[in-house]
Write a protein that binds this ligand. Structure first.
Ligand code: KIV
Ligand code: ZN
Length: 512
């Protein structure tokens, strides 16, 4: 019988550490629901001790998600571990993930601790965590740059204290596949009680080898858990990408001989959700989830695929959730058809009110756009006005005028706490004028650190999806707006970001 490969997703913790990728509690919960739909084995929901906001995010996810194990990161100290345990109380299955650095560089320069002190602290932390929950993961931060003898001692000791999973991160993305695979193999051979724990890999992508290193850790090293993120999101060059590692193991089952529980048809929706929430656009040629991942442009390839798909296709687009450019609904489609399509796309809205709001938006869009694609529907439901109850700012209407040689003018009507107000401004272009018209009222003082426009379904008839990232008083938020008119989409995205800035939602960057 094949072993199972445990998929541990850390989009909401390590992924969120990416500058600008911080998420609100509601956004995290929404992504956690999608990860549950994907059948991720373990969801690292955050770092409970890092802030009240992250504590609540972990708590909400622990209370809401029932099919995946919910995990919180914690440093190797009693306070962090207690906070994690407290946040995880409502979980069906809870894991505490405690870590301490074990490389000479980190111990000496960052922790200013001797190896013996680190060893002692690791033991105490795991002992303390095991008194709170049965499932305890220990990570040796910067494990790959640690000395083998010392690392063996630490790992043996924490397994004796009850650690059930041992994770050996390549924290700085320094590893090479063969060397990393052998590093894990040697550790497993040398640690006397190695068989009492599951071994895990956690690779960063600084040299573009996070997926390859993780796979080597599995194949050569015998690791049975991979830590990864949707779209490879993460600090610097990111983490091992979930969709790539999962599809590699599934597509090459002949080589890996491992079972993976992931329901791959929800991958594309998860990728879109994470990209829209964080404003981190997926490159078109990104494996599995990039817009071109299954596009055959050359004549020879197209001819081959038409004759027999497997001439050039090693995976089926529909198996990972692509139903590209399929006209799914139109103006005459009813609420039930819309609701069913949402289900097929793996989107579950929480209440009938949310479905009604989304359906009203769909009808509005269908009046202006004859063909509605899956991508349009996903953009529509990612619009925060569908899923959040109270918003400070709302979009009402916009008119703008631009003519060659003249400075564009915009006039906008928005609601502020339910009351309509009008703002006017000129600007460098229609978008600039419209956002300045909003600012003429709101006076947020926020700095725009990202503005990006993306055509949702390819043609000029398609909706424009705009992402705006604003920064104010140390907080960074993303707003997304979609509309066939990109100036309107920009105004919606800007208002959505302002709503997040004005909410009390605590944004945290968990450390790790
Ligand atoms: O990269 C790393 O070392 C980590 C650990 C905290 C697991 O994220
Ligand atoms: Zn990491």
């Amino acid at each position: 019988m094949a072993d199972k490969l445990i998929i541990f997703d850390t989009t909401l913790r390590d992924g969120e550490q990416s500058p600008g990728a911080s998420m609100t509690k509601d956004e995290k919960l929404r992504i956690a629901r999608q990860l549950e739909r994907l059948k991720v084995d373990v969801i690292e929901a955050g770092f409970a001790a890092s802030s009240n906001g992250d504590f609540e995010a972990v708590q909400n996810i622990a209370n809401a998600i029932k099919d995946s194990t919910i995990c919180s990161l914690s440093r190797a100290n009693d306070r962090d571990i207690s906070r994690a345990a407290e946040a995880l109380k409502g979980a069906n299955s809870a894991r505490i993930h405690t870590f301490i650095a074990t490389s000479p560089l980190h111990m000496e320069k960052k922790l200013r601790m001797s190896p013996e002190q680190v060893l002692e602290q690791a033991k105490l932390a795991v002992r303390f965590a095991r008194n709170q929950v049965a499932d305890v993961e220990f990570s040796a931060e910067d494990g790959y740059r640690s000395e083998m003898d010392f690392l063996c001692r630490v790992v043996e000791a924490v397994i004796k204290e009850g650690a059930t999973t041992i994770n050996i991160p390549d924290t700085v993305g320094y590893a090479i596949p063969e060397l990393y695979g052998n590093f894990i193999k040697t550790l497993r051979e040398r640690v006397p009680n190695a068989d009492k724990a599951i071994w895990s890999v956690h690779c960063h992508n600084d040299l573009g080898m996070a997926v390859a290193n993780s796979l080597a850790g599995v194949k050569i090293g015998g690791a049975r858990q991979v830590e990864c993120t949707i779209n490879g999101l993460g600090e610097r060059a990111g983490n091992c990408s979930l969709e790539e590692v999962v599809m590699a193991v599934k597509t090459r089952r002949d080589y890996f001989n491992l079972d993976v529980g992931i329901d791959t048809k929800h991958i594309v929706a998860a990728s879109r959700m994470v990209s829209q929430t964080t404003g981190f656009v997926v490159q078109p040629n990104k494996a599995v989830v990039g817009a071109n991942a299954f596009a055959h442009a050359s004549g020879i390839h197209q001819d081959g695929v038409l004759k027999a798909r497997d001439t050039y296709e090693i995976m089926r687009a529909e198996d990972v959730g692509w139903s590209a450019n399929k006209i799914v609904l139109g103006k005459l489609s009813g609420r039930n058809a819309f609701k069913q399509r949402l289900q097929e796309l793996g989107v579950s809205l929480d209440s009938e009110t949310e479905i009604n709001t989304a359906f009203a938006k769909f009808k509005e869009l269908a009046d202006r756009k004859s063909e509605i694609f899956d991508e349009d529907i996903l953009a529509l439901v990612s619009d925060e006005s569908v899923t959040s109850e109270k918003e400070r700012y709302g979009f009402v209407s916009l008119s703008q005028h631009s003519e060659t040689g003249e400075r564009p003018q915009a006039s906008i009507v928005i609601t502020v706490d339910g009351k309509e107000v009008k703002g006017e401004s000129d600007g460098n272009g229609p978008v600039d004028a419209s956002l300045k018209a909003i600012e003429s009222h709101v006076k947020s003082g926020a700095e725009m650190v990202l503005y990006s426009v993306n055509a949702i379904s390819g043609s000029t008839e398609s909706q424009g999806e705009v992402t705006v990232r604003l920064q104010n008083s140390g907080r960074v938020v993303n707003g997304v707006g979609a509309d066939p008119d990109i100036v309107v989409a920009s105004a919606k995205a800007y208002l959505s970001a302002l709503n997040k800035l004005s909410s009390k939602a605590d944004r945290v960057a968990a450390q790790g």
